[in-house]
Design a protein around this ligand. Structure first.
Ligand code: CMP
Length: 141
């Protein structure tokens, strides 16, 4: 995927949709794409890790304490939690049956983006709140 195509792709993701072209291009320059074969563990619960992943293609399964918590597909992201607080991974993320392609950004680059772009930080907060609400609703059932 060329820089321009990847920037266009990122612009369609809610979290990055408010960024101007120059910022998107800079983000693309600071990240890299990674490809994982089916079944590859991309993040392992309780292990260190600080990379942010945006799913570009394929899928990934999320599990907490061995319990499936959902499937991530194009436009979803993971890895933001350890990146924010420096704690070990909160879940295990495994590449799906067709493999997984992600756009990854290091902790430093992503932290700088959050400091500089309130829109990105707000979108991230909204997704975290949504996840908390879902977990609480499931607990109440
Ligand atoms: P992190 O803790 O860095 O690494 C594992 C990732 O899985 C985590 O960030 C979130 O992005 C994601 N994750 C954790 N818990 C859940 C959940 N309950 N549902 C969906 N994704 C999750």
């Amino acid at each position: 995927m060329t820089t321009g195509t990847l920037a266009e792709h990122l612009a369609k993701v809610d979290m990055f949709s408010g960024l101007d072209h120059a910022t998107l291009d800079a983000l693309v320059q600071r990240g890299t794409t990674m490809t994982f074969p089916p079944g590859r563990v991309v993040a392992e619960q309780d292990r260190d890790g600080s990379t942010f992943h945006l799913v570009l293609d394929g899928s990934a399964a999320v599990a907490v304490n061995g319990v499936e918590r959902g499937t991530l597909s194009e436009g979803n992201y993971f890895g933001e939690m350890s990146l924010i607080d420096g704690a070990p991974r909160s879940a295990t993320v495994v590449a799906g049956a067709d493999g997984l392609k992600t756009f990854t950004v290091s902790q430093l680059s992503f932290s700088e983006l959050l400091d500089e772009q309130p829109h990105v930080a707000r979108q991230l907060c909204e997704s975290l709140v949504e996840r908390i609400r879902k977990i609480e609703a499931a607990r109440a059932e």
